[in-house]
Every structure is written in C-alpha cells, then in structure tokens.
Write a protein that binds this ligand. Structure first.
Ligand code: NAD
Length: 473
C-alpha cells in the first residue's frame, strides 16, 4: 500500500516517507509517502466541489443514509482483515481491534439512522410571519485523529460528518496510517461520490496544521492531546471556525469500602490496563477508601502480576505492546520521575527484555495527588493508588486536575453514587462499571479534556450549521 486518497483519486503522496512498524517485533511493515501541502490543496478543492455538487446536496435523507449503510456493511464484511491490520499497525490486542472494527460499523449504521432526525422546526406565528429553522451541512470538515484507536476515532468523525452532508479531509496519525487508508479504500469501493473523502497521512505540524488553517475548511473535529488541541483551538479562534476537541485525561476511579470488591478490582484493572493504558479515558488514578486501602491494593497488585503480557495477535494477550518504542521509552521515563518523586513501585516498573515495545503493567503508591505522576497523562499501563477518608477529601482530590474526561465509582450505595457523580467534573461517569459505550450517549470532556460531544444526536448536530428563515404572511 503506497497510495493516499486525494480528492477521490488514489495516488502516491507528495510528502516525506512514513515508516510504520509492528510494535510487537519492531519490524517495518509498510513504508508509504505521506501527504504534501499540494495534496492538502487538491483535497480541499475537490472536497469543496463534491460538497457543493447539486446531486449530493439533493439526495434525500434516506438516499444519503444508504451510502452510510453500505459503508457499515463493507466494514462488517472486511472486519477480520481490518482488525488484523490495526493490530499490526498499533500493536493492540486482536480482541480489542475486533471490537473497535465492530464499533466503527455500528457508528456508520447509527448515523445513517440519526440523519433522519435532522428535520428543522416550523414555529407558529408570533407576528405577521412564520419562522423556520433548518440544519445544513457546513461544507468541508477537517478530521484529525490520534493513533490509539484509529478506526473508531475515524468513524466517529466520518460517519456523522458525511451523514450531515459534508465532505471530509481526514488526517490520521502518522504512526498508524494503515487502517485509516484501508477505511478510505473501503469507502471509495462503497460508491460514495469521489471527492467527499480524502485521507492524508502525514506529520501533524505540517499536514494537520495546513488542513486546520485552510480557508476552505469550515470546521475541524480533532481528537488528540490537550497541547495540540490548544494550538488547533487558537487557529480556529483566528478563523472564527467551529471546532470540536476530544482531548486528554487523568481520570479518577473510586472504590468505596461498601463496594463489591471483586467487581471493583476487575473494573479498575480493565479501566487502566486495557489498551495498555493508551486510552484517553484510562482510569489512571485510583482512590480507595482508607479502611479497605490495603486489601484492595493487595488484590490489584496480585491480579496485575497475573496479567498476560504478549503480542497483540495472540487472543490470550491482556496487555499488548505500546504503539512505538519511543512511546514506551517516554512511559518508562515517567515511571522514573515517579520513583524520584518518592513512589513505591508495587509491581511492574520496567520494560521486559526482548524486541517489542512492551512495558509491564505498573502500580505505584505513596504519592500525593499534586505530584507530576498524578497530574500528567502517562498514556501507558501505569496506575497510581491514593487513599481517601471522606467524601469531601475524595471530591477535592479527584477534581484537582486540569482534566475532566471520565470517572468510575464503585459503591453499593446508589444515593452516594448519585451524589458523588454530580460533583465530579467529568464528561462521563461510570457507576459500578467502566469503559462501557453506547453510540447514542454523548461523549466528551469538561475542562481541558475538550469542547463538544461525539455520539448521539449532538454527534451529528456538530457537523451542521443552522439557518433561520422568516416567511412574511
Ligand atoms: P497528538 O495530539 O500528538 O496527535 C493527534 C493528531 O493530531 C495526530 O494526527 C497528529 O499528527 C495531529 N497533530 C499534531 N500536531 C498538530 C497540529 N499542530 N495541527 C494539527 N494537527 C496536529 O495526540 P496523540 O499522541 O496522537 O494521541 C494521544 C492523545 O490523544 C492523548 O492525549 C489522548 O488522551 C488523546 N485522546 C483523546 C480522546 C478523546 O476522545 N478525548 C480519544 C483518544 C485519544
């Protein structure tokens, strides 16, 4: 695969070569030419033409929906190949990539149905006129996605943006372009009119920024780190352009002593170590009520030591390698910082011998919530445990972070769950569960974890602009 999708045409990218490696072995699996600034120009020009094409604009909702359903069907048909490709590209376990591919297909199916709900409102007269408001496509959407769940992140932007009638220029992360290109190939095979989708892998500072700055791009939907989100938000402010930002997190999980501790321990471990911790919603700080602190911590450590660390392609693997060796080294450096801050390393705390980008699942304690380890997103398999005594103490510590993405609460007391859930600054709160998703439930961050919501009706409205009309009577 050495072609990128520019305005409906597959061609060799004009940019620098991109090398992708299998994180389990370090072997090069593909080298392709990324996009250039000229490719961005061509893609945006074609996207503008395709979005304005009268035959695309005139499609009735159910006709546009048919395009999305066809894409969903093709994702399901090619599911195993897509999952294997994503495992090779990102290192993720095959069980997880199968689930991500299934979720991408349901996302297209959901937005095929949701686009039928975009009807406008007709308001009875408040004067000698009738008013009407309609949702219209924005035109060209720039979609910029990270490497940690590429096909799911791509689908969460492409499906609602296309459903709302836009064209999309997608820039996947440079480290993991393969599955986004395969999705692009599948979408062109589905018969979507050419030009409505371009897929431009390349460096963020060059290709991502060129897309965001381009005057022909009317909205940017970004998922990635908070620092990048701030840069993109500043450009959007200059352009007065709407922007959706799905950013980082340092999510608290909370275990009260009255919880079902088996369920809580399993949930906390899944919350932090699935995806090897490379997840925006990783529950990376666990607050444990002081009277069960030792017991819960002991169980967490014993079960973590039993987790199977191995290649993503092996279905029995529970903790797969990290996305690159460079990222693994960054995680290792952050654990060294934790040691210098005085952390006790209760398990893990090192990379195992061997060629892959592995890091052992790690549990730390003995650090205050203000430490760098408890404040900075590590994006690896590292959990910090902190005790709490009462609710006030807990809420103050859990909220003492710039992030506000997610939270998990384990307790048998539903009144307490309700009370605490309402006080934690997080866009998603799970109670007695973690990392469950429904495509109809909005997802997004508070504070520096982002602006806007994906999924649900909000997920499609984010790709529309509203026009109000007055009809004189
Ligand atoms: P990143 O911010 O480095 O990169 C994300 C994307 O932005 C990539 O495609 C990159 O090439 C591009 N980019 C980089 N600089 C850019 C610029 N100046 N202008 C335009 N585009 C630019 O993030 P990452 O390391 O790829 O992903 C990890 C981060 O993503 C973590 O912080 C994680 O929490 C976050 N994330 C958030 C969510 C969410 O839904 N909130 C989901 C997944 C990941």
């Amino acid at each position: 695969m050495d072609e990128i999708l520019v305005g409906g045409v597959w061609r060799r990218g004009g940019g620098a070569p991109i090398e992708t490696r299998d994180p389990a072995t370090g072997d090069v699996i593909a080298v392709l030419h990324g996009a250039s600034a000229d490719d961005v120009e061509d893609a945006v020009r074609s996207a503008r033409r395709a979005a304005a094409d009268p035959s695309w604009r005139a499609l009735l909702p159910h006709e546009r929906a048919r395009h999305l359903t066809r894409i969903a069907d093709l994702i399901s048909e090619r599911a195993e190949d897509l999952a294997r490709l994503q495992t090779a590209d990102t290192g993720k376990s095959i069980n997880e990539t199968r689930a991500l591919v299934a979720s991408a297909s349901s996302t297209f199916r959901y937005f095929a149905a949701a686009l039928e709900t975009l009807e406008g409102a007709l308001t009875p007269s408040r004067g000698p006129y009738l008013t009407m408001s309609v949702h219209e496509p924005i035109g060209v959407v720039g979609a910029i996605t990270p490497w940690n769940s590429p096909i799911a992140s791509d689908a969460q932007k492409l499906a609602p943006a296309l459903a709302a009638g836009n064209a999309v220029v997608l820039k996947p992360a440079a480290w993991t372009p393969l599955v986004s290109l395969a999705l692009g190939r599948l979408i062109t095979d589905s018969g979507l009119p050419p030009g409505l989708l371009s897929v431009l892998p390349g460096p963020g500072r060059e290709i991502g920024e060129a897309i965001v700055r381009h005057p022909g791009v009317g909205k940017v939907s970004f998922t990635g780190g908070t620092a990048t989100g701030r840069t993109i938000g500043a450009v959007a402010a200059e352009k007065i352009m709407p922007v959706s930002l799905e950013l980082g997190g340092k999510s608290p999980t909370i275990v009260f002593s009255d919880a079902d501790l088996d369920q809580a321990v399993a949930g906390v471990l899944f919350g932090v170590f699935s995806s090897s911790g490379q997840s925006c919603i990783a529950g990376s700080r666990v607050f444990i009520q002081a009277d069960v602190y030792d017991e819960v911590l002991d169980r967490l450590v014993r079960q973590t030591e039993r987790l199977r660390v191995g290649p993503g392609g092996d279905p029995s693997t529970q903790v797969a390698p990290l996305v690159t060796h460079a990222h693994r080294d960054r995680v290792a450096a952050m654990v060294e910082t934790a040691r210098k801050e005085g952390a006790r390393v209760l398990c893990g705390g090192r990379a195992p011998e061997g060629p892959g980008a592995y890091y052992l699942p790690t549990i730390l304690d003995g650090l205050p919530n203000r430490s760098a380890t408890c404040q900075e997103e590590i994006f690896g398999p590292v959990l910090v445990a902190l005790p709490f005594t009462d609710e006030e103490d807990l809420v103050a510590q859990a909220n003492d972070t710039v992030y506000g993405l997610a939270c998990g609460i384990w307790t048998a007391d539903y009144r307490r769950a309700w009370r605490i859930a309402g006080r934690i600054e997080a866009g998603t709160v799970w109670i007695n569960t973690y990392k469950q998703f429904s495509i109809s439930t909005p997802f997004g961050g508070m504070k520096e974890s982002g602006i806007g919501r994906e999924k649900g009706r909000e997920g499609i409205l984010a790709y529309t602009r509203q026009r109000s009309l007055y009809w004189g009577l």
